[in-house]
Design a protein around this ligand. Structure first.
Ligand code: NAD
Length: 477
């Protein structure tokens, strides 16, 4: 079978595989999985090495594609999509063999003689659906975990990062087993056609709204899902925080990729006694990062498309959106929205109810940490939570009293990076997790196995039952 590059033109009724392309594609990948080669540890190793080669050899085309798709500054694109992704794939490649080993379990006396163990098994054919904001990382990292666990995979990059999707579809198959890893380019119709098929696991990264669509489709086939979704990640700033460093770290985490990061600080709750100082410092940091005109800075990304720019400008101009402290400038021709801070928005405004996912940072004053906790807990469970404080009691109180997918104290975003820290959401911000061992486990079925000898064959549990058998069972079970 030869590799077919899928695209909006080559799929569907007129495409290479005909109207039933999605069914045919999944059947062909299922046949590869059924043949058993993906279980082999050396095969898995060679796939991970192939991914590393892909990231090295194709680095330049990938960086260029990301610049085309969303004006990603080169350094940001390298760090978040190439460097971090390489680190994760290397981590998996160095460890998956030991994770794949069966784990012996000591059986209780009543079940001896016999042996117990847990075998991590590949799930089968998995579907990975990715968003556009980190268009390499969010395809390759889940794919690597799926391959490390011995699965075959179909990946669907986002149509909103078409240049990057084209590099992935065109080049990736030359570095991995092209029959076991298939890349489908396309948008809603293609994803919908794929979601009608039966997969053994679906790994979705994207918005909470589409997460519901994915989970509904998965329910038809009782397919397990990992949902890496979004939400409004709060930042709590206590009066004990070092305000200069706090401001720098919030501004960095918020305006990286022009705020289009799932765990970007969405809004800030700051102690009223230091609110104005924090605002001043953040405005200064924006100037020091991006200069007087961030539009001219090579370190500041663009909004991905016109639709999102319109959405963001209407949030900014919407009722109760607060006072603009800095930014607010829009240049639709360049899909530019300046790094923007607003203060005192109405908590019920559109700005404060939906995920912002762009370079607008609302700041609200609170009288104490308990008010901040109540505010966070009155809303949906966020993907990330940030707290800035030098007071350990405040830190522990905020961590204990809130629930979020992940948390980072005195910095933003960084908790996503180390492979040993599982990454995922909770409630509307997602379910399941990955990175490192968590990803291997997510794509594995942990099969419990008990192995018994034929003899002795104790008849205690077999009928006919009697009082003595019951007495003995009660004693030994
Ligand atoms: P999205 O949900 O619009 O799209 C994600 C994927 O789903 C794309 O591949 C798209 O083609 C597909 N899709 C879109 N509509 C669909 C439909 N009706 N039926 C089937 N498939 C459909 O998300 P996006 O705009 O690409 O990304 C932004 C969102 O992703 C934000 O909410 C952000 O917080 C979230 N996100 C989460 C993480 C995470 O790791 N938790 C990472 C990045 C982004």
């Amino acid at each position: 079978m030869t590799y077919t590059q899928f695209s909006a033109d080559s799929t569907g009724p007129s495409g290479a595989l005909g109207p039933e392309w999605a069914a045919e594609l999944v059947a062909s990948v299922r046949a590869v999985f059924g043949g058993g080669r993906t279980h082999d540890l050396d095969w898995r190793q060679s796939q991970l090495e192939g991914l590393l080669r892909f990231l090295t050899v194709e680095e330049e085309p990938l960086l260029e594609a990301m610049a085309t798709d969303m004006g990603k500054p080169r350094v940001e694109a390298w760090a978040a999509d190439i460097g971090t992704t390489r680190g994760e794939v290397e981590h998996l490649a160095g460890r998956f063999r030991s994770w794949a080993r069966p784990r012996r379990v000591r059986l209780p006396l009543a079940f001896r003689p016999g042996r117990g163990r847990i075998d991590p098994r590949p799930k089968g054919v998995v579907l990975v659906i990715a968003p556009w904001n980190y268009p390499v990382q969010l395809v390759i990292e889940p794919l690597a975990a799926a391959l490390a666990a011995g699965n075959a995979a179909i990946v669907k990059p986002s149509e909103l990062a078409p240049a990057t999707a084209a590099v992935l579809a065109g080049r990736l198959p030359s570095y991995v087993d092209p029959e076991a890893v298939r890349v489908v380019e396309g948008g809603v119709p293609e994803t919908t056609a794929l979601l009608e098929q039966r997969f053994d696991h679906i790994f979705f990264t994207g918005s909470t709204a589409i997460g519901r669509v994915v989970m509904r489709a998965a329910a038809e086939h009782l397919t397990p899902v990992t949902l890496e979704l979004g939400g409004k990640s709060p930042v709590v700033v206590d009066r004990s925080a070092d305000l200069g460093i706090t401001a720098r770290r919030i501004v960095w985490g918020k305006f990286l990729n022009a705020g289009q990061t799932c765990i970007a600080p969405d809004y800030v709750l700051v102690h009223n006694s230091v609110r104005d100082q924090l605002l001043d410092r953040m405005v200064r940091e924006i100037g020091s990062f991006f200069g007087r005109d961030p539009g001219a800075s090579g370190s500041y990304a663009r909004v991905v498309n016109e639709r999102h720019l319109t959405r963001l400008t209407s949030l900014l101009g919407g009722e109760g959106s607060g006072r603009v402290v800095t930014g607010g400038t829009v240049d639709p021709g360049r899909r530019y929205l300046a790094p923007t801070i607003v203060v005192d928005p109405d908590p019920d405004s559109a700005l404060m109810t939906g995920e912002i996912f762009g370079p607008i940072l609302p700041v609200l004053g609170v009288d104490d940490v308990e008010e901040a906790i109540s505010f966070v807990n009155s809303r949906e469970r966020p993907l990330a939570l940030y707290v800035f404080t030098s007071d350990e009691a405040v830190r522990d109180r905020v961590l204990d009293a809130t629930i979020s997918g992940g948390a980072c104290v005195n910095h933003t975003l960084l908790h996503v990076a180390p492979s040993d820290l599982p990454f995922g959401g909770t409630g509307p911000s997602g379910m399941g997790s990955y990175h490192g061992r968590a990803g291997f486990d997510e794509f594995s079925h942990h099969r419990s196995v008990m192995i018994r000898p034929f003899r002795p064959d104790v008849r205690l549990m077999y009928p006919p039952y009697n009082a003595l058998k019951e007495k003995l069972l009660r004693r030994f079970l």
